[in-house]
Design a protein around this ligand. Structure first.
Ligand code: COA
Length: 375
């Protein structure tokens, strides 16, 4: 048998789909030249300064900041779904406690998704009832995964706490200070939506096939787990935690630059300018570290960042949000391997918003590939 000839290698696509637009959206604008991130018309720094996570999730999903009645209904809806199906937590007994917490959380959410009420309904009214369930169940499961790292059982929610304070209570078994809450909440807000990044696109592909919103979120979680995506904040913090002082860290960064190391937490597909989310979190991280006697972490981070940006900013490489979130999560007492979890929890909002926006008009996403012969 003789194999049939394929095409010659002529590239008709962009590597990594860079610059390719697959749909239009009213959800967010990522301006990679002017260093801006805008959700539904509002700059993310203003939202982080003035709004709660619940208000921002409502905005991202529905397109407007909630009025008082909408806000109170949304918070009630989120509170109503704080207890996930027991079977999801039961699965922890067969998940190794040293599995990555994101994998633990994803596995539990898979089980919880089988218990979503109205599973057979795909009409838009039923679809719109799902985000609150998925977000609140996710928070409880994510906190449960963090506790499982230390073989601790999940904790019940506290109804008097809002979304972010309750998540931290369920993860850390302590009520956080206003300063801790506001730093953590700012980190959730700036990470709640980021256009059609790889994980959001994975979710969009899944929803476009007619699958349910839970499956779309699970696809996003798989994509996010990669070290080039949502895993980078853990690695970025691990890099700087090796050092005792800023000078030692600076020398390390210099050497890594010479060796062509790809620094986690630096560079971005869209931002070829400073990542605006970093500026929002800087003072939160610096103050929180100082309040816990961890100022040296800030100095080490700043020294490494100055070295990297000094060398690579002419190529458009700056610190991205993953370089800095660990500097909020570490002083809170979250385990380093769990750092991708708050990012995942927050950005599920954006994935669901993109899915719900796409659903009424979207075609099934099925691109092609140019067939080449093996030789
Ligand atoms: N450290 C050092 N060099 C980097 C770099 C980093 N973090 N990110 C990109 N570069 C360099 C590449 O080596 C390449 O250099 P070259 O042109 O001399 O070969 C150039 O910048 C372009 O890199 P490329 O991978 O093509 O850019 P991209 O737009 O596809 O990559 C990322 C975007 C995010 C995948 C990339 O910057 C990265 O891997 N960053 C680290 C992981 C991370 O922080 N991810 C979270 C993003 S929010």
């Amino acid at each position: 048998m003789k194999p049939e000839a394929g095409n010659q290698k002529v590239q008709t696509y962009q590597r990594g789909l860079e610059g390719l637009e697959v749909t239009d959206t009213r959800i967010s604008l990522i301006d990679g030249v002017k260093s801006r991130l805008i959700y539904r018309g509002y700059p993310v720094d203003e939202l982080a300064e003035n709004c709660s996570f619940e208000e921002v999730t409502y905005l991202i999903l529905h397109g407007n900041l909630p009025n008082q009645q909408e806000y109170s209904q949304w918070k009630d809806e989120l509170r109503e779904w704080r207890i996930p199906p027991k079977e999801a937590f039961d699965s922890l007994s067969i998940i190794p406690s040293n599995a990555h917490p994101l994998a633990q959380y994803r596995t539990m959410l898979t089980i919880a998704a089988c218990h979503i009420p109205e599973a057979g309904r795909s009409d838009m009214q039923a679809q719109w009832r799902r985000p609150a369930r998925i977000l609140s169940w996710s928070a409880a499961l994510a906190a449960g995964a963090i506790r499982h790292l230390n073989s601790q059982a999940p904790l019940p929610p506290k109804d008097d706490l809002d979304f972010s304070a309750n998540f931290l209570w369920q993860a850390l078994e302590r009520e956080v200070s206003p300063e801790e809450k506001s730093a953590f909440e700012a980190s959730l807000i700036v990470q709640a939506e980021h256009g059609l990044h790889a994980a959001a696109f994975a979710a969009l592909i899944v929803i476009s096939t007619g699958a349910d919103l839970g499956s779309a979120v699970l696809a996003g979680m798989g994509a996010l787990s990669g070290v080039r995506h949502g895993g980078a904040n853990q690695l970025a913090y691990e890099d700087i935690s090796k050092f005792e002082c800023a000078e030692e860290a600076r020398v390390w960064a210099r050497k890594q630059l010479d060796e062509g190391y790809r620094f986690p937490g630096y560079g971005h597909r869209v931002y070829k300018c400073p990542d605006p989310r970093v500026a929002v979190l800087e003072s939160h991280a610096k103050n929180l570290l100082a309040s816990k006697g961890m100022e040296d972490r800030w100095e080490i981070y700043s020294a490494v960042r100055a070295e990297i940006e000094g060398a690579l900013s002419p190529k458009g490489i700056y610190a991205n949000v993953d370089s800095i979130t660990g500097l909020i999560y570490a002083p809170l007492g979250l385990p380093v391997s769990s750092f991708p979890i708050p990012f995942c929890l927050a950005i599920e909002t954006g994935w669901m918003a993109h899915c719900l926006e796409y659903l009424p008009h979207g075609a099934m996403i099925e691109p092609g590939a140019v067939y080449l012969t093996s030789s």
